[in-house]
Design a protein around this ligand. Structure first.
Ligand code: ADP
Ligand code: MG
Length: 718
């Protein structure tokens, strides 16, 4: 047996370097300064200006520790032009020794003039030996265990050892590149040790060409890695889900699509004279509305994808109320008429329940059996459902996270649909993909979201994803009027509710989470429920919050859905997807505490029918005289636009991409240097350059990705 490899014991500094992700020479070379200090020149005190940051070189002429007004070390130095007092409130004996009378030193800090002459508080001092440096001194991001001086040394040696040869061929930079003449090596050497005459502002805001080069490199690495994973996915096989043709009924798993794709399709029903329409056409015919052009387009995109022998990986985005559910139902119908199984997973039980209700109403009349899976299900019912799923009798499975549990065995899952995909993590998406019942195949994946992804983000973080967008609302909707109302005018809001109820409409009232209410002193849903019940005698006011037992939640929700409840007071459990077209007023209490996309989602619960709808944002400033800046920015955005895409853009602006996507999805700090808001042109270049580099210089592409993403590249592919 070979001896286990001995792991060298790591020093605390080594561990600290690890923590910063600084393992390879190239990692060190790419660890860029936060800011710089100028130690390249000496300013004579006689030339100094009040408040200026300068370095002086002088001789210590006096040194004393005084105790009044508090203990401090006072060192007087003379640079031959004037005298300056260096003042230290905390100091070690070593400093005192270094600053003994007669010592020749350099001191760097802010000089202040006073009636006692110049002073510097806590300057950085060092012996005045050796030449002055010729470049600015870098200050690196670091952690406590890693002193700046040590980090400077290891970074410098990493920089000198690392292979910094260009991976972007010169002609690609020159032809369509953003005209950045700097090579990687030059750029890095400069950014670690810039010449003192550089315009510091261009380093601060990363607009300097050296920074541009690095951002471009980083974006290219990201694009390359996404493109690679997209191409790897293209090598996987998926069941071919053709719209029904005669002899449908068995999945034509892995079979190439038949040549005559465009022939009219008719499902054969042996024993019947009249050929029945395929399921999806039957569904279309039975709908009480016709699809919008946008819905038709996205259905066609999905139908095209799932008829291919490679797995679909598609995001369906559309504003709240745009009608994504029916698109999912049509995709399910196409899958089922091809003889395969479809699963739909939603993040909350209420939402799953609602989808289930809708899909059953649409699909069961067509003879499709649907199974239902949630965590709160009784064992007996659950067993029954599991059996239906395993035997394939249930062609459609709707549920919550329960759908991806180990026990669930599909016969032939071929299409997996995830609603409100941003509520699920990478691991859950993977788990659903692994549920497929076929050897060696992957299911098609359709992810739906009402939080549209701004273009730059989609290009950057989802470059490996195909995106379908429903960019129009069904006709006949009246825009929602949004009002901002101070909490002190709560009574007027109650008046408004009465008005809506009198017209036979229904009202939502949303409160922030109960869990947080104790800590944050929020009016909780229970209290509001009691208040509104008292204020609206004879009106059924319901309460819905996350701590209620599931059965109770469902009972309340169905009363509201059926129009038997006038007002629904709720925590954000109703946030996603609930669809009650008769509801015309949405009141959001403590709106200042909600995130922007959450507010927009909540508002989207109304305005679903033809009635004029309104959203009232009740806000409170608490003890403060005014709202905080970001809260104000969010509420203003809500007042100014109803457009989910614009909301998403503003949300991105307010929160930044990491938070916008949630750390879980963005892979934390995927972009260290580039900024999607300001570097869109670099991103565009990288997007176009990535396939060319991969096709024409695959070795350079490999090297580029390894250099930039190292060990993290695998994670990004999940
Ligand atoms: P979301 O995209 O937010 O999931 P839904 O799928 O819940 O939206 O649809 C919102 C409402 O619009 C539902 O009541 C749905 O039946 C209805 N709807 C969907 N498509 C159309 C259409 N083309 N014409 C009219 N109403 C539609
Ligand atoms: Mg929905």
């Amino acid at each position: 047996m070979p001896a286990p490899p001995s792991t060298p014991v790591k020093s605390p500094m080594q561990k600290a370097l690890d923590k910063l992700g600084l393992r390879r020479d190239i990692d060190l070379a790419l660890h860029l300064p936060l800011r710089y200090e100028d130690e390249t020149r000496i300013t004579r005190l006689v030339d100094a200006r009040e408040g200026e940051h300068i370095q002086i070189e002088a001789t210590v002429v006096d040194s004393e520790v005084t105790l009044r007004p508090r203990r401090q070390l006072l060192v007087r130095v003379d640079d031959g032009s004037e005298v300056c007092t260096l003042r230290f409130f905390s100091f070690y004996p070593a400093l005192q020794k270094a600053l003994a009378i007669g010592a020749r030193i350099r001191a760097r800090g802010e000089v202040k003039g006073g009636f006692q002459g110049w002073t510097m508080m806590h300057p950085v001092t060092r012996p005045a030996t050796g030449e002055l440096p010729t470049a600015l001194t870098p200050v690196y991001p670091t952690v406590a265990a890693l002193p700046q001086a040590y980090l400077r040394k290891v970074v410098a040696s990493g920089l000198s050892r690392a292979d910094l040869s260009d991976t972007i061929p010169a002609h690609m930079m020159a032809r369509s590149g953003p005209q950045i003449a700097w090579h990687l090596r030059q750029a890095l050497q400069f950014l670690h040790h810039p010449a003192p005459d550089v315009a510091l502002a261009t380093l601060d805001d990363h607009s300097h060409p050296a920074w541009q080069r690095l951002k471009l490199e980083e974006l290219l690495a990201q694009q390359l890695s996404q493109l690679q994973s997209k191409r790897e996915r293209a090598l996987l096989r998926a069941p071919v889900l053709q719209p029904a043709t005669p002899h449908a009924g068995l999945p034509r798993v892995g079979a190439p699509p038949p040549a005559a794709l465009s022939e009219p399709v008719e499902a054969a029903c042996p024993g019947h004279d009249k050929p029945a329409l395929p399921l999806h056409e039957q569904l279309l015919a039975a709908l009480p509305f016709t699809l919008t052009a946008a819905q038709r387009r996205v259905v066609a995109e999905i139908a095209h994808d799932i008829a291919q022998p490679v797995p679909m990986y598609r995001l369906l985005q559309g504003d709240v109320g745009a009608g994504k559910t029916v698109v999912a139902a049509l995709a399910a119908a196409i899958c089922i008429e091809a003889g395969a199984q479809c699963a739909l997973m939603a993040p909350t039980e209420i939402l799953a329940q609602q989808h289930f209700g809708k899909l059953v109403a649409w699909l069961e009349p067509l003879g499709i059996q649907t199974a239902w899976l949630t965590g709160s299900q009784k064992t007996k019912e659950r067993r029954h459902m599991l059996a239906l799923i395993e035997s394939g009798e249930a062609a459609l499975v709707v549920g919550t996270h329960a759908v991806i549990q180990d026990k669930v065995q599909f016969k032939q899952l071929s299409l997996a649909i995830i609603d409100e995909q941003h509520r699920f993590g990478v691991a859950q998406r993977l788990a659903l993909r692994q549920k497929i019942g076929y050897e060696g195949l992957e299911p098609h994946l359709l992810m739906m979201t009402a939080t549209p992804i701004p273009r730059t983000l989609a290009m950057s973080y989802y470059a490996d994803l195909d995106v379908s967008t429903i960019d129009e609302l069904p006709p006949g909707r009246t825009p929602i009027v949004t009002k901002l109302v101070n909490e002190t005018r709560r009574n007027e809001v109650v008046e408004r509710i009465r008005g809506q109820l009198a017209q036979g409409r229904q009202v939502y009232w949303v409160c922030p989470l109960i869990e947080e209410s104790e800590a944050l002193d929020l009016t909780n849903a229970t209290e509001t429920h009691a208040q509104l019940s008292a204020a609206l005698p004879g009106v059924r006011v319901g309460l819905l919050h996350s701590r209620m037992p599931q059965a109770e939640k469902q009972a309340v929700m169905s009363l509201f859905t059926q129009g038997q409840m006038g007002v629904l007071v709720s925590t954000t459990v109703i946030e996603v997807g609930v669809d009650v077209p008769n509801a015309s007023l949405m009141v959001i209490e403590h709106a200042e505490r909600f995130g922007l996309s959450q507010l927009h989602q909540l508002r989207g619960r109304v305005g679903r029918g033809a009635a004029a709808s309104a959203c009232v944002l009740l806000y409170s400033t608490g003890d403060a005289p005014r709202l905080g800046e970001t809260a104000r920015a969010r509420l203003t955005a809500m007042l100014e636009t109803n457009d989910g895409f614009e909301i998403a853009r503003r949300d991105l602006e307010i929160r930044g991409p990491g938070e916008f996507l949630g750390a879980r999805q963005s892979g934390a700090a995927m972009l260290r240097f580039a900024d999607l808001a300001t570097d869109a042109h670099l991103l565009e270049w990288a997007r176009q350059a990535a396939p060319r580099l991969l096709d024409q210089h695959s070795e350079l592409a490999e090297k580029h990705v390894a250099r930039w993403l190292g060990g993290t590249a695998e994670y990004l592919k999940a």
